[in-house]
Design a protein. Structure first.
Length: 294
């Protein structure tokens, strides 16, 4: 059998690729060359990744600060979803409202998962940079306050910390006097023929929502009805939201208890005692109590 010659094509090494050649089906690396990329123009990643102004030398402060900033972004998305749902409910567009509520349950899960980097902080680790917060506290978050207002947890006193920020204060004052997400749900039920009391339908939306036995009866009747009905599906979606908000509050409580015990919180709050009180409150309360009567 003859041996291939050194110049046989089968024995030749592949030619070196040109430095400028791009792999087949690869990205066009020329897009954005010499300027910002379309990705940067849309996402503004360079803005996001330069917002971390650390106040201590402790390496653990970075994860605390970034996690808090990520939570603020999730608050913003969830508020957007609940506004979308509220507007859809006002025009009786239940499919759009339910789509927004469903998306918010996935977003709430992502928000709750953000506690994981902080959930195992020891007191010593937290104390290493706690002083950097000064009088800063999560209850001062304007976007979180808007989220709570949409849930019906309203109080005019919670506007006080935002007097120095006219834009935030105006947005919160507007949200205070608007119907909550739950108010819009109950108004929809009334338009669908369910006997929601007039006092509930015409209550002052700036006040905290208080449970009503007649509303409990309305939900009990709906939950006992055809299980493929859209109002049953709405009730279960709202219950998913309520459960995930409870988990958020409880995870906050547990993370705080592990990191600082029963010490007073930043900005003079009662710390764990205040969070315990919050964790005991149910969102959309009659949706929970009605289940005892089905």
């Amino acid at each position: 059998m003859s041996q291939p010659s050194p110049t046989d094509p089968a024995d030749r090494a592949p030619a070196a690729a040109s430095p400028e050649a791009e792999p087949p089906f690869g990205p066009d690396l020329g897009i954005g060359a010499g300027s910002t990329t379309p990705y940067e123009d849309y996402v503004r990643a360079s803005v996001l990744t330069h917002l971390q102004q650390l106040q201590s030398d402790d390496p653990g402060e970075m994860v605390f600060l970034v996690t808090t900033q990520v939570m603020e972004l999730w608050f913003t998305v969830i508020v957007h979803e609940w506004h979308t749902a509220s507007e859809a409910l006002r025009r009786d567009d239940l499919p759009v409202a339910m789509d927004a509520l469903r998306r918010s349950t996935w977003e709430l899960q992502a928000l709750n998962a953000a506690w994981r980097p902080l959930a195992r902080l020891t007191p010593a680790q937290f104390n290493a940079y706690r002083g950097a917060l000064g009088e800063g506290s999560g209850f001062q978050s304007a976007m979180y306050r808007r989220l709570e207002f949409l849930l019906g947890e309203k109080s005019a006193s919670m506007l006080v910390p935002h007097r120095g920020s006219p834009e935030d204060h105006a947005a919160l004052e507007k949200a205070l006097h608007e119907p909550s997400l739950y108010d819009e749900v109950l108004r929809l039920l009334a338009r669908r023929g369910h006997p929601v009391p007039e006092a509930v339908l015409h209550r002052d939306p700036a006040g905290r929502y208080e449970p009503d036995p007649a509303v409990e009866e309305v939900w009990a009747a709906i939950l006992a009805g055809p299980q493929d009905g859209e109002l049953v599906r709405l009730a279960e979606l709202l219950t998913d939201v309520a459960e995930l908000v409870w988990r958020w509050r409880n995870d906050h409580l547990v993370a705080t208890r592990r990191a600082m015990g029963a010490k007073m919180g930043t900005a003079g709050s009662a710390g764990v005692a205040w969070l315990e009180k919050r964790a005991r409150k149910n969102v959309f309360p009659e949706l929970w109590t009605a289940r005892s009567h089905v």
